[in-house]
Design a protein around this ligand. Structure first.
Ligand code: HEM
Length: 404
């Protein structure tokens, strides 16, 4: 295939990847890239890959040597960092995930509802007086950031610095990350780590019933969690805890502003809350892709169109493409808040790495977007939304809204 169908360097692709996903899915659903990796866009193949035990999430340990010098360097850099659960396979993954599972069960998360509602109401009260708001800075970032800070009992006075560090860290996850992006991410980690170590050391002598104290107790009780694993865990929770949810609130609100009839529908029928958020996750989810490595050769499809992927080859599963696969979702590019199978989306992936924070993210979005919709059914765009130039973590970073 001469034409490059999956080109994360093409600005048009990053601006609106969905037409590109459709073409890939139709013409080459198991697409071999010139970089020696494969890209999957069919729902069925992606769901199978994420759930199969024949695949690893630990790229550094199992993927074959990358093709370019830059990719090799990038791999070496990644090896220097302690892995978080996101990059580990069982049994280490199982051991670490068990330590925090209790804090994230749907009932534990439901108990946060009044606090989240209060945070959202405070923001909306101020915005209502003004008649307008900038959604990202006023609501989509501060609410999830405050909630994860509450859970870990972290101070919030350095919110802006933390926001910028975590943006630099997530920018390094992009397939297009260049040398300067990786250096900025290393610098951000270099600033974040001492800050966290200082908080952890203080907390050792001031334990409470927060999640960080729970992790410290697990670390102190012996070999269940090393100090490096503890820090990697806190970084992951902190970054994953708000960097993604901000984009669900941002992308979700924008999708509704572009479909006022759906916005009105949700306003008139609050029982849509849970399904509406699933549909927004399906329609334009914050995490567009993730990767796996097969440990054995894997065949996708059957007959003449079957494609074999060799063991130890990086496979990119495009979650956003799975969520727009017409074989799974009728009329996939249409937003339908009452879509009967909206909750089959793969926006939180699937299998053992299924998002630990999914209940929390959904609750935050239900309360944030649901409250906006109920209070301001006539809200509309008051300027041009600005997309961050990203593919892996997709979201707007500026969304001005008129509320009346
Ligand atoms: C809308 C918001 C969110 C989205 C779309 C999202 C998406 C994802 C996805 C796709 C994965 C799996 C990645 C893979 O398999 O390679 C994941 C894993 C994870 N997420 Fe989320 N996430 C969100 C919010 C959160 C929140 C609020 C937290 C925590 C407070 C969180 C914590 C985690 C953790 C710890 C993992 C790793 C789980 C594991 O490896 O077992 N996420 N998330």
């Amino acid at each position: 295939m001469s034409e490059l169908l999956f080109n994360p360097f093409d600005p048009a692709f990053r601006a609106n990847p969905y037409p590109f996903y459709d073409r890939l899915r139709t013409e080459a659903p198991v697409y071999p890239t010139p970089f020696g990796t494969f890209v999957l866009t069919r729902y069925e193949d992606i769901a199978f890959t994420l759930r199969s035990n024949d695949f690893s999430r630990d790229i550094e340990a199992h993927a074959a040597e990358p093709a370019t010098d830059f990719a090799k360097q990038r791999r070496e850099r990644a090896k220097l960092r302690t892995k978080s659960i996101l990059n580990l396979d069982p049994p280490d993954h199982t051991r670490l995930r068990r330590i925090v599972t209790k804090a994230f069960t749907p009932s534990a998360i439901e108990s946060l509802r009044p606090r989240i509602q209060q945070l959202v109401d405070d923001v909306l009260d101020v915005a209502a007086e003004r008649g307008s708001m900038e959604l990202v800075d006023e609501l989509a970032f501060p609410v999830p950031f405050q909630v994860i800070s509450d859970l870990l009992d972290m101070p919030t006075e350095r919110a802006e610095e933390l926001r910028s560090w975590s943006q630099h860290i997530t920018a390094s996850l992009e397939p297009t990350a260049d040398e300067s992006t990786l250096t900025r991410a290393d610098e951000a980690i270099g600033q974040l780590l001492p800050y966290l170590v200082q908080i952890i050391e203080h907390r050792r002598t001031h334990l409470g019933d927060d999640l960080l104290s729970g992790l410290i107790l697990a670390e102190e009780s012996g070999d269940r969690l090393s100090i490096e694993e503890l820090i990697a865990f806190v970084v992951l929770l902190y970054v994953a805890g708000h960097e993604t949810t901000v984009n669900l609130i941002g992308n979700g609100t924008l999708a509704l502003l572009r479909e006022p009839a759906q916005l009105r529908r949700w306003h008139d029928d609050p029982s849509l809350d849970a399904n509406a958020v699933d549909e927004l996750l399906r329609f334009d989810g914050p995490v567009q892709l993730t990767v796996r490595v097969p440990l054995v050769p894997v065949t996708y499809g059957t007959g003449d169109t079957a494609v074999e992927v060799p063991a130890n080859t990086i496979v990119t599963t495009v979650l956003g493409a799975a969520n727009h696969d017409p074989a799974m979702f009728d009329d996939p590019h249409t937003l339908r808040l009452d879509r009967p199978n909206a909750n089959r989306h793969l926006a939180f992936a699937a299998g053992v790495h299924y998002c630990l924070g999914s209940s929390l993210a959904k609750l935050e979005a239900q309360i944030a977007i649901g409250s906006l919709v109920r209070r301001f059914p006539d809200m509309h765009l008051a300027g041009v939304p600005r997309w961050r130039d990203r593919l892996t973590i997709r979201g707007v970073d500026h969304l001005p809204i008129a509320l009346a």
